[in-house]
Design a protein around this ligand. Sequence first.
Ligand code: ZN
Ligand code: FE
Length: 255
Amino acid sequence: MRVVQIPTLFDNYTYLLICEKTGQTAIVDSPDAEATLAVIRREGVDPVAIFSTHHHMDHVGGNEELIAFKKMPVYGGLNDRQRIPCLTHPVEEGDQISLGSLIFRVMDIPGHTRGHIAYVGEGAVFCGDTLFAGGCGRLFEGSAEQMVFSLGKLKNLPNPTAVYCGHEYTQKNLEFALTLEPDNQSLQTKYAEVVDLRKKSKPTVPTTIGEEKSYNPFLRTESPELITNLKKKIPGLKDDRLSVFVAVRKMKDGF
Ligand code: ZN
Ligand code: FE
C-alpha cells in the first residue's frame, strides 16, 4: 500500500490508499473533491471506492462531486447510513473490504459520532476524528463509556500500526498533554519534533499506536503522573479509567 496524504480545508486530511499492484485507489474522507481529484490526476491512479469514517461534512462533503466524476462504491458506518452522502455500502465491525490486493477490516469506534468507524489494514488505521495524534475527538453524540471502549480497541492494535487521523491538531494536543504530564520524556521529545515540523509546515501525521500510548493523555488514563497532576486540579477525583477520561476530556474542551 502507498498512502498519499492530502491537506484540505483548514486542517483536515484526505488520504489516498493505493494498491501498488493494480493502481486501484480508495479515497478516505474527502471534504474537497477538487483538491482530491487534482492529486488523483497527478498520481495517475484509479479511484474505485470512497471510505468515509463518519458523517461530518469536513469528511464527507466531497462525496457527491466525486461520485459525479466517477461512480464508485461509498463505504461508511451502518449507524451513519442516513447521513453519509451517496453511501452505497453500510459496514460494521469485522466487515472486510478489498482494494486490489489490499484488505481492510472495519472497526466500530463510536464516541465522536454514533456511527464512526475506522478502516484497519496493511499496518495502518484510518481513524477519522476518534483518535488524534496526541488527543481524541470531542464527544458530540456518543458517551464517555463508548469513547473509552473505542479508544481501548485502537490501543490494542499492534504498536507499529500507523495512525492516520482526520486533522492536524497535534501541536495543540501536545501542549495540553504537557499540562498533565510535564515530566513525560517521550511527550517532551515528541513535542519538540512536532514544533519543528510545523515550523516547516510539514504534517505530524501519521504517528503510531506505540507512540500514542507513550504521550496521548486519552490513552494514559492509568499514568500515575497524569492522575497525580489531575488530582491537584480536581481534588477528590476518583482514579478509575472512566472518571479520569471524563476529567481529561472536559479539561481539553476548555483548553
Ligand atoms: Zn468530525
Ligand atoms: Fe473532523
